[in-house]
Write a protein that binds this ligand. Structure first.
Ligand code: HEC
Ligand code: HEC
Ligand code: HEC
Ligand code: HEC
Length: 461
């Protein structure tokens, strides 16, 4: 976008640095490496403002203050305050100027987290977000043409914020328990929330034509519809005209339709012309896929992070891989409550299948993502490991237990617990089972029969 010459404002809704409590020293050290990586990348991308979420305070407010010295962008938080003085700790808002537009940006966090934050930082408080933002918005309005709130309040409180404050031009929501993207307007205020976990980039285009104050932006959806309609009308008219020309006859029905279409077209054009000098905004969300080209500088930083991180986790990985343990001991380390047992448990009875499977790419599918620059995304695990989200025994690459790494036998044959004593294993594996992972996007060259030959099991069909 920057290369296209567009003026860009890059914003983040917060909870950037940490995801889950840092229970072990290794995880803590890995998190620190990741914070450095994020600082580097966000500086490099030229972020304009980043909100603070409660998880950003996981290592204490002092830690975040130190980080704020290293970043080239401001942290905004309109309601994270010092308990004693009642004063906010970071910037309560920032004002950016783009193409003559003054844009005020606020950041809000949810005050329900105050008690848990105070356990670590007794000197902190979180001001009530609704009243605080109302006062700020009122005073910013005098000076700004556009007011954006970066919110960690969660879905229902974002709606309340919009209902109570028509003066806000845009709410960008993060936080809460949201599982999916949201695009809505409440009280005319647009609220946008992306799919969680960083798989998407939200983009909002503002086009400024009419600079008379006060500046208003209309949502572009209706205009887009009208334009599409106009296009359809024109196509249809041309079709009729060419039909008439071809047949050489002036059929009454066709002429009538043509007249009708032309009058409709004029109407539409009039409406569209009337909209020409208005300002519009449009929202899109862009999936960040493997096909998106990487930035060389950032990819280098990611690779460095990966190498350092791998050093931290190496002892665990090597131990888990089980090379230095006798097989019995490895099997003994599979939890008794797990429905999945891992390929190693099948080995003693299905030696051939096991040995062949070890040679397939399925066996190494988790290593592949660790070696890939985009591996940190949990989204990869759905296909590059076994039982992700189904048996809930892990949530990150580092946490995958050894018997669930890669695409194990049980992905195709089902749970191994109880077999062979109680249950016959399902021999039937269908094309649909492969398609769960071998989607058009991820496996464009997939061919059922050809791929079956390469999975290491004897096929009878
Ligand atoms: C203690 C030995 C033993 C273990 C361990 C074992 N199996 Fe089996 N498996 C058998 C026997 C015996 C049969 C054939 C009888 C039956 O179908 O129940 C069988 C049948 C199967 C079949 C069906 C084959 C067919 O021709 O219908 C599949 C698939 C299978 N096992 C997969 C697995 C997987 C995957 C594991 C590991 C999670 C596993 N087995 C662990 C003994 C075992
Ligand atoms: C919907 C399932 C799915 C998801 C999600 C997925 N993959 Fe894959 N991936 C596959 C399949 C299937 C293949 C094998 C494709 C083939 O050989 O036909 C593959 C192959 C690969 C390969 C090796 C082939 C190559 O292109 O070099 C890499 C590396 C890879 N994936 C990385 C990732 C990463 C990183 C992520 C997360 C950002 C990811 N994948 C997410 C299913 C998935
Ligand atoms: C990618 C899916 C997939 C994986 C992974 C997989 N299998 Fe299979 N397996 C199949 C298919 C497909 C068949 C053939 C079914 C048929 O003939 O209809 C099969 C057949 C079998 C059979 C019966 C035929 C034979 O080869 O004796 C056994 C036993 C078996 N698999 C065990 C295993 C074991 C053990 C593992 C892990 C070490 C494993 N499978 C991994 C898909 C898979
Ligand atoms: C749980 C997800 C998952 C399922 C289900 C699955 N695969 Fe895969 N498959 C993968 C991934 C991921 C890779 C890429 C491994 C890598 O290189 O990291 C892969 C790779 C392969 C490859 C290697 C392709 C190559 O480039 O050599 C073959 C062959 C294959 N799968 C066949 C199958 C077949 C056939 C089925 C269905 C019976 C199946 N897979 C089911 C995830 C899956």
């Amino acid at each position: 976008m920057k290369k296209e010459g567009k003026k860009v404002l890059l914003l983040d809704t917060g909870n950037l640095f940490f995801r889950k409590p840092l229970q072990t020293e290794t995880k803590r050290r890995d998190a620190l490496l990741r914070v450095d990586l994020l600082i580097h990348s966000y500086n490099e991308m030229g972020y304009d403002a980043v909100n603070i979420g409660e998880k950003d305070l996981m290592m204490g407010v002092k830690f975040l203050s130190d980080v704020s010295q290293k970043v080239k962008f401001p942290f905004v938080s309109s309601n994270l305050a010092d308990k004693k003085t009642g004063k906010v700790i970071f910037k309560p808002y920032v004002i950016k100027e783009i193409s003559g537009l003054k844009i005020g940006i606020l950041g809000l966090m949810d005050d329900q987290f105050a008690p848990s934050l105070q356990e670590r930082d007794p000197g902190l408080s979180i001001l009530e977000p609704f009243a605080t933002s109302k006062t700020l918005v009122r005073s910013l309005r005098e000076n700004c043409n556009l007011i954006i709130v970066l919110s960690q309040l969660g879905e229902s409180k974002d709606r309340k914020l919009a209902r109570e404050n028509r003066e806000i031009d845009l709410i960008l929501g993060g936080g809460g328990e949201a599982k999916k993207a949201v695009v809505e307007r409440v009280n005319e205020v647009p609220i946008y929330r992306l799919e969680p976990r960083g798989g998407y980039l939200g983009r909002i285009d503002y086009s400024l034509v009419d600079t008379k104050k006060p500046i208003h932006f209309l949502i572009s959806g209706e205009r887009d519809e009208l334009e599409k309609k106009l296009e359809r009308l024109i196509t249809r008219s041309m079709q009729i005209k060419s039909d008439i020309a071809r047949s050489g006859k002036q059929e009454e029905m066709r002429i009538k339709e043509l007249k009708f279409l032309e009058s409709k077209q004029k109407e539409l054009e009039k409406t569209l012309v009337a909209l020409e000098d208005k300002n519009f905004y449009r929202h899109t969300s862009i999936p960040v896929q493997l096909s998106v080209r990487d930035d060389l500088k950032i990819i280098k930083a990611v690779e460095m992070y990966r190498a350092e991180s791998a050093k931290l986790f190496k002892p665990i990985l090597a131990g888990d891989a089980g090379k230095e343990f006798p097989e019995k001991e490895i099997i003994a380390r599979i939890p008794k409550e797990s429905a999945f047992l891992g390929a190693i448990s099948c080995k003693k009875c299905h030696e051939v299948n096991y040995r062949n499977w070890l040679k397939t790419k399925h066996a190494k599918a988790s290593q592949t993502i660790i070696a890939s620059p985009k591996y940190a995304q949990e989204e990869c695990l759905i296909c590059h490991s076994t039982g992700y989200g189904k048996i809930g025994e892990y949530a990150t690459v580092e946490e995958i237990p050894f018997y669930l790494r890669g695409v194990q036998c049980e992905v195709c044959h089902g749970e191994g617990r109880g077999h062979p004593e109680k249950g016959k294993m399902d021999r039937k594996v269908t094309l649909g089972a492969c398609r769960n992972c071998h989607t058009k996007d991820q496996s464009p060259t997939f061919n059922y029969m050809a791929y079956l030959e390469k999975i290491g099991c004897k096929i009878t069909k």
